[in-house]
Design a protein around this ligand. Sequence first.
Ligand code: BG6
Length: 482
Amino acid sequence: STVQPTFPKGFLWGGATAANQLEGGYDQGGKGLSTSDMLTAGTHTTSRKITTALDPTLNYPSHEAIDYYHRYKEDIALFGEMGFNVFRMSIAWSRIFPNGDDLEPSEEGLLFYDQVFAELKKNNIEPLVTISHYEAPFALAQKYNGWSDRRVIDCYTRYCETLFTRYKDTVKYWLTFNEINILTLPFGTFLAGAMIPKGNGELVDTSQDDPQARYQALHHQFVASAKAVKLGHQINPDFKIGCMIAYMCSYPLTSNPEDVILAQQKDNLTNFLCSDVQVRGAYPGFAKRYFADQGIKLVMEPEDEQILKEGCVDYYTFSYYSSTCVSADPDQEQVGGNLSMGLKNPYLKASDWGWQIDPQGLRWSLNNIYNRYQIPLMLVENGLGAVDEVEANGSIHDDYRIEYLKQHVIAMQEAIADGVDLIGYTPWGCIDLVSAGTGEMKKRYGFIYVDKDNEGKGTLDRSRKDSFFWYQKVIESNGAVL
Ligand code: BG6
């Protein structure tokens, strides 16, 4: 190609995290219990469990996590050393509103994030804040069955108003909901919906799925997100408020037109339904057809259409880890993946957790998304969950992670050369943290190693992996040295 792929000047390079997966301090600083605090540890083969009361005999990984609550200064200094100019983090809603429906926020909670933002500023790092990342105050789950109840919209907008006002001059980039489209999948109910499912308590139990309640909850999140966008812009017109989608790249397994249609339908329903509402401000036609086919009847207030129309996001962000295939043939082999179960692709290798590795799928996805929306994109999660070995001298040679990231950076570069307006990259779990899917520590994504194991043992000491020094050079050269 005659076009030399490069990253634009001012490209945002950093890393991504979520409060419940790194902070710990789950009952400190006046924090209320959050839905994530009720989730036990699982493994690749055993599901995490949702408990409705804390059981002292069980292991709850979020309670201590990696103790960032007490070590954020050290961690942010390491991010600064790598050269981050952006850091994606979330705010724990129950630090600010312990019960979710409190009328006044907790000053102590707000102060904690004042200090975090001050530390980021000291290191010249721009915060990118997810307002709700897979957690809500547990009281909202108990009292209202989470987002299935419309009243939660008001709790959320009060929370947003508090954050937007307090951090008006500190935070510019916001995301309303992490991976909002997980509610298009049966197991999204508790993680994102804060609804307590009726199954056997396993996070992944989908046997009692209630699509009507699930899509109603999603509708409430759409309305809440749109209201937040409008409110945020009123408070500070310079705010950039975005959506966040778990982009599930799905190829047709064969050239059979049936497979091709199915892949497109999956792309529409699991990926584009949510972003069409959030970017364009209205439900797409295929959503209406799907609801009619499934007998789903959304309860909408007369003002909802207008609210959605007035609350379109400024930019589109997404996670991308892997791709899967789709087929009309029911006998094909299933594989795992980031939220998306799908079919095995004979051309791809998978991670130890069964997520197929596909950098070209990222280029394809970036083009696919940009073709549709033509607004700035940011890749706010990407990475390889892997087991790391610490050498006798303390070093960690994670060349597999470097290779994964390198290929994905190349894919981004290609997409930019294709004309995609990609403005930033924050790989997931830039410091090792608790896995959302399995609750493990062993599934590591970080450039920074944290000494803690699945049982919760370890010194919590931080150390730099080989990928730390690699990424430092990538940032320093703005993606020229890979
Ligand atoms: C995304 C989530 O789905 O994937 C993160 O937004 C999560 O919270 C990440 O940690 C990786 O998934 P896992 O299950 O490996 O932690």
